[in-house]
Design a protein around this ligand. Structure first.
Ligand code: URP
Ligand code: ZN
Ligand code: ZN
Length: 457
């Protein structure tokens, strides 16, 4: 394979921005230094451009079943959307059927991704039906390169909710095995109770979605999980946090040096509950629901102030027709939004350009920290000699607009339609292969993304 030399770019790391050349050979970064000689190589001049390690979206749901339908992107279309957004690795989730072994769910999920995905992928192991027989599988799953296990404290009607006894057992077993437990933290009984009441009294328009999944449901679940884990101290990771209170409560545990990690998503930084009162409010139904304006502003602060570790997108889009099929009734509408392709653009424009985030913080949130927390570092998540040559060349000059017509997801709408942007992701490389070069997808049938096994340090 021909070597590639990227010259004159500004490299972005969590510590600093610096000028250097990058030499790529055999899928890896061979050398990072000033003035690398250019003989016999493909040369890319990145003067005036930023070079980031490929982004890692640690929270996607390609082709999953929700409320009688399936999320609109499978691994094929979702990974093409990802590559256009500079996301070179996604971490998706297994989907466990009732009574199914964890190993079987892992095998089935890999079969859905292999030979379909155009970016690399890793997996978290969902545990939605936790029986005695699954305990012995936890170390086996970890040997297969899946070191994070996800539990839900909600979605009982979908057969996914674990009770406290099961959560304690899971924390205990995963701690013994050396892994991490991730939580979708909402008090499912509270949500189900409120939903039943609102439905009974015909209060089913989109604003009732937020009232049926209140902030208190998240705060209670986060508090309870931290309490249950107090004596076990398993590393835990809260996905898609949305409220001031839950971030503060989890941060207090971190101050006590407990292994607690926090994620939020771009949509919780942009939207608030008022979106449900708009004409298209039902399209924005997602769990958790959007919150107060103050929560949104606090989340930005929490990112820059190191209270939150990562941003995952929770990419789980549904087309307008799928959303419309719920007849604007919140409890019948499939929950989820798209986001993988717009991850960087939203954070750069709404965060960096508005001085809420530094570039260094941005790269920490969407490259280095997800790689570290989920056992992919330093293969992924950093520009370093011997690391995979996954990188993004970003030109900060030029203006544009986000529009679903130009995005690559199967979804026929984006929550961010019309948002003005600056800069453009020009080129994206995965293990030395150009996926995107000067804005053009190189091989529209690439599909050579690989499963990346995760390792505990
Ligand atoms: O509404 C959402 N977030 N759908 C995807 C599944 C989940 O809870 O993350
Ligand atoms: Zn969730
Ligand atoms: Zn999710």
């Amino acid at each position: 394979m021909k070597k590639t030399l990227i010259k004159n770019g500004t490299l972005v790391s969590p510590e600093k921005l610096y000028q250097a050349d990058i030499l790529i050979s055999s899928q890896k970064i061979e050398k990072i230094a000033a003035n690398i000689p250019s003989a016999g190589t493909e040369i890319i001049d990145a003067k005036g451009k930023y070079i980031f390690p490929g982004f890692i979206d640690a929270h996607t749901h390609m082709g999953i079943p929700i409320r009688g339908t399936t999320s609109a992107d499978d691994f094929e279309t979702g990974s093409i959307a990802a590559l256009h957004g500079g996301v070179t690795t996604i971490i998706d989730f297994t989907v466990q059927d009732k009574g199914e072994s964890l190993m079987s769910s892992l095998k089935r999920r890999k079969a859905q991704a292999d030979k379909k995905t155009s970016v690399d992928y890793a997996l978290h192991c969902n545990i939605t039906d936790f029986q005695e027989s699954h305990i012995a599988e936890i170390p086996k799953v970890m040997q297969e390169g899946v070191i994070s296990f996800k539990a839900f404290t909600a979605y009982r009607e979908a057969g996914m909710q674990l009770n406290d006894r099961q959560i304690l057992e899971l924390l205990w077993q995963v701690k013994l095995a050396g892994g991490t437990v991730m939580f979708h933290a909402e008090n499912g009984d509270m949500v189900d109770f409120l939903t039943t009441k609102y439905v009974k009294y015909n209060k089913t328009t989109p604003p009732y979605h937020a009232l049926s999944r209140p902030a208190e449901a998240e705060i209670e679940a986060v508090t309870r999980i931290l309490t249950l884990n107090k004596f076990i101290q398993c590393p835990i990771y809260f996905v898609h946090l949305t409220t001031y209170e839950s971030v503060q409560i989890a941060s207090m545990a971190r101050q006590k040096k407990l292994p607690v990690y926090l994620e939020t998503c771009p949509q919780y930084l942009i939207f608030d509950e008022s979106i449900y009162s708009t004409a298209d409010g039902h399209y924005y139904i997602a769990a958790p629901a959007f919150r107060r304006k103050e929560d949104k502003e606090f989340l930005w602060y929490a990112l820059q102030d190191n209270l939150i570790d990562t941003i995952g997108t929770d990419h789980c889009p549904f087309n307008k027709a799928q959303k419309d099929a719920g007849q604007r009734e919140f409890h019948k509408t499939p929950n989820g939004l798209s986001g993988v392709e717009t991850l960087f653009s939203i954070l750069y424009n709404e965060g960096v350009k508005k001085e809420r985030l530094s570039l260094q913080k941005l790269v920490s949130l969407i490259s280095e920290e997800p790689a570290r927390l989920f056992g992919l570092f330093p293969k992924k998540g950093i520009l370093l000699e011997k690391s995979d040559a996954d990188l993004v060349i970003f030109n900060p000059v030029g203006k544009g607009k986000i529009t679903a017509k130009e995005l690559h997801s199967n979804a026929d709408w984006t929550p961010y339609e019309g948002m003005e942007t600056e800069g453009q992701i020009e080129s994206v490389m995965l293990r030395g292969n150009w996926l995107l070069k000067n804005g053009n997808q190189i091989d529209t049938n690439f599909k050579k993304g690989r499963f990346v096994p995760a390792f505990v340090d």
